[in-house]
Design a protein around this ligand. Structure first.
Ligand code: GYE
Length: 304
């Protein structure tokens, strides 16, 4: 990789290429599957991947990116834990001539020349899909009390899934009576749901920004002597195996898919940008939604 001079853009054969990747952490089933997909894809391609886990901290990601710049890797990829605060370090990468690929989550930088490409889901659309199901499911209801388990504060999927949901759940009969972060973890979802249940006797629906928090909410609802999926309906995002199992069991009512299998596409993008080829600035992941019947059907072949 790199060799002398500009750092990026000088790689020859794949065997030569070095990619540095900074992962968010290991907060959810989704994240574990994402890490596996990325590590597996680079291994299959015979490309050296330097991997670091930021344990949910932006400062750790910034440190990792700076160290990749110093090591003159050919490409830097990362999944930004939060949306804001990246301009300085992205500028450092740009000045060093190292292309950056945003993976899974985006940044809110005004200057899109700071990165080569953004590969990941449309989180606003995911929130809208959850909201459309809610509109249909509660078409005949007079009043619907919703509690929301938000993802990590400041993270693109938390911001956008909240926004998308509110874009379509607009009827006056719907009220989000409580909304708090559960940090995308099962423990966080459980803890916040316990507090929601104590403070609000009438909850009709949980909107959880990921399966793990929905699974935590199920535990809290059951501990309170209620039946998840019946007494309180639950809609989540991701469609990882544990979430799909809960959906098949009727404990979750609907899941919007968010695919973590970004590895093979990331390899392709990294090879192209390292070779100085053009890539699309935005590559959107294709996704579906699941009802209980669809979950039962999909589960046997589910990879993650
Ligand atoms: O939905 C959640 C994970 O950024 C899309 O992060 C990802 C989200 C995913 O912790 O489970």
């Amino acid at each position: 990789a790199g060799g002398g001079g500009g750092g990026g853009g000088e790689a020859g054969a794949d065997g030569d290429l070095i990619v540095g990747f900074s992962q968010v952490g290991a907060e959810s089933g989704w994240r574990t599957a994402n890490t596996k997909s990325i590590q597996g894809a680079f291994e299959d391609a015979g490309i050296e991947l330097k991997f670091s886990d930021a344990q949910g901290k932006q400062e750790n990601q910034i440190k990792a990116i700076r160290s990749y710049i110093q090591q003159q890797v050919d490409v830097i990829a990362f999944s930004p834990v939060v949306e804001s605060g990246w301009d300085t370090v992205l500028k450092e990468a740009k000045d060093a001539g190292i292309p950056v690929v945003l993976t899974d989550r985006s940044v809110d930088s005004e200057d899109d020349s700071l990165y080569a490409s953004f590969l990941g889901s449309d989180f606003i659309l995911e929130g809208e899909k959850a909201g459309e199901w809610v509109n249909t499911e509660f078409a005949d209801a007079d009043k619907v009390n919703i509690v929301e388990l938000q993802g990590t504060t400041g993270a693109a999927p938390a911001n956008d899934r909240a926004e998308g949901f509110r874009n379509v759940v607009t009827d006056a009969k719907f009220e989000v009576i409580a909304s708090q972060t559960g940090d995308f973890t099962r423990a966080g979802g459980k803890q916040v749901m316990e507090a929601f249940l104590q403070a609000n006797p009438e909850i009709d629906l949980v909107y959880a920004h990921n399966d793990d928090m929905g699974l935590g909410a199920i535990e809290a609802i059951e501990a309170a002597g209620m039946v998840p999926g019946q007494d309180i309906k639950i809609v989540t995002v991701d469609a990882v195996k544990d979430g799909m199992t809960a959906l098949a069991d009727g404990k979750i009512n609907f899941i919007v898919e968010c695919s973590p299998l970004l590895g093979p596409q990331l390899v392709e993008i990294a090879e192209k940008v390292a070779a100085g080829e053009d890539v699309e600035k935005r590559i959107v992941t294709e996704e579906t939604t699941f009802t209980q019947e669809q979950a039962i059907e999909a589960l046997p072949d589910r990879q993650y």
